[in-house]
Structures are given as structure tokens and as C-alpha cells.
Design a protein around this ligand. Sequence first.
Ligand code: ATR
Length: 281
Amino acid sequence: MTEPAPRAGVIGWPVDHSRSPLIHAFWLNHFRLPGSYERLPIPPEAASNLKQILRSGGFVGANVTLPHKEIAATCADWIDPSAAELGAVNTLWFEGDRLMASNTDGYGFLANLDEREPGWDRSTNKAVVLGAGGASRAIIQALLQRGFDAVWILNRTVTKAERLTERFGPRCRAAALSQAETILPAADVLVNTTAVGMKGEGAFDFSLQRLSPDAVVTDIVYTPLETALLKAARNRGLTCVDGLGMLLHQAGPGFEKWFGQRPRVTAALREHVLEDLGHAA
Ligand code: ATR
């Protein structure tokens, strides 16, 4: 009997907006591999059954997106230690009957900067992260893993930032977003993890004037590709890295687990996804 073609997908609720199917279809086509990658809308009441859902559908694994990253972590039989620290996963795969889980968001974030701005981490004294929501955690962890001495978490609601400093330890500091202008000088890297700068979500009201001319500014938002923060940074002549590459890079490890080939993030893939974003805009 021949093996069925590997079946993978992305679990979320809703999941229509996900660009992951586009990325994985591009790589399946590139390697001429049999297999599929589907959108898997799973309502919250069914999410604790992820393992059975995947097993009964004959899936080799899946990505997990909002709002299921936390519950998926509780469904796995094994969880990678970094993902366990976050309490959230985005990549699932089977090893025999065991459901394994990891989180590739931090990897995607670092790989994007490494690819687009090699040397961005030349100085690892101080990083500033805007936001303290779900998306900020993988970024804070990644910056700490890369060796930053201090990671400042600035949030509109300062108590949420303080909770993250308790979680991630003494190299993290918390402050209110309103303090940004006093904290930005001496930052090597500035990262936005909030929805601010997306269409209809307004813009930050602080100035980037006091950022060092050597600072690198990046955003995890990629719709629009140039967020209000990146535009302000570009106008100041600062080095900017957009968030699209994080999406592309975080997809690679899952593809390798499910389909057996390590894919590359190429200019052609980026163009392909950009074209789709353009159509969707
Ligand atoms: P996600 O999982 O995408 O991070 P979230 O957990 O709802 O979403 O977190 C949203 C983040 O964006 C929070 O840091 C939020 O700040 P608060 O904790 O003060 O709510 C931040 N955010 C959203 N809208 C904002 C705005 N208009 N100005 C400043 N920060 C904002």
C-alpha cells in the first residue's frame, strides 16, 4: 500500500485571513512534493480535542494561530522547553502517536532580522519592546536568548508589562508607554508588537527623535508593510526591518517536520506573499 500524501494545515478561529497556506503551497510546489496544507477552522469549544481532530483527519501536524496557541500547548504530549516557558505553541507534529509542540515565532523574528539586517545584534545592550500582549512574549524571549542585557517592555497598561518582567526575569524592565521618549535613547533595537500602526489602529504619539542613529527599528505587523512606526523611523534615516519576513521564517521548521525538506525564504516567496497582500488590501 502506498503512503497517503502528508496532510498539514493551520488551526485557528477564524483562520480565513491566514497566509500560511500560501507559503506552504509555494514550498510544496517548489520541491514538487505531494502533500497539502489546509485551513482548519476549529471553534473554541472543540480546541481541547486538537490531538484527536488531527489524528482522525490523518494529519502529520499543523500550525496553530489565534486564539488557540495556549490551549494547543496543553494538548501536546511533549513541548519544547522554550515554548513551555511561553505557554503558547504554533507548530505541532506527530512522532508516532505523540503530539509534539514548539513555538517558532521567536525563531522567525530573529531569522528575519538576521536575513534582512545582518549585524543588527552587533550591540546587545538594550532592546525596547512596545506592547505586553500575547504577541510580545515570543519577542521578549527571543531578545533575551540573543543575549540582550536589558529588554524594556513599554505598555499602555504598565501592570501587564510588570507581569512579564516577573515572568522573564531581571534583565526585563517595565514602563508605561508614556515614558517612551525617556527610555528610547541608548536603545539598540526597537520592536513594535502591538496592533498600533495597522490600518485604522492609529499611531504612537511619541517621537523617535532621541533614538540613536544606529538603532534598528522593526515591527511584527506586516499589514501595512510599512507601519506608522517604520515610516517615522525611515523619515529619521534609521534602519528599518518590516514584519513580513517573521511570518515567512516562522513557517520553515513546521514544513521541514511535516514534509521532510528544509525550505528557504527567498525573494520569490516574499514577492508571492506580497502580491497576495496587495490584492487583499
Ligand atoms: P496580541 O496577542 O496581538 O499581542 P493582545 O494580547 O490583545 O494582542 O495585546 C495587544 C497589545 O497592544 C497590548 O500590549 C495593548 O496594550 P494594553 O495592554 O494597554 O491594552 C497594545 N495596544 C492595543 N491598542 C493600543 C493603543 N491604541 N495604544 C497603545 N497600545 C495598544
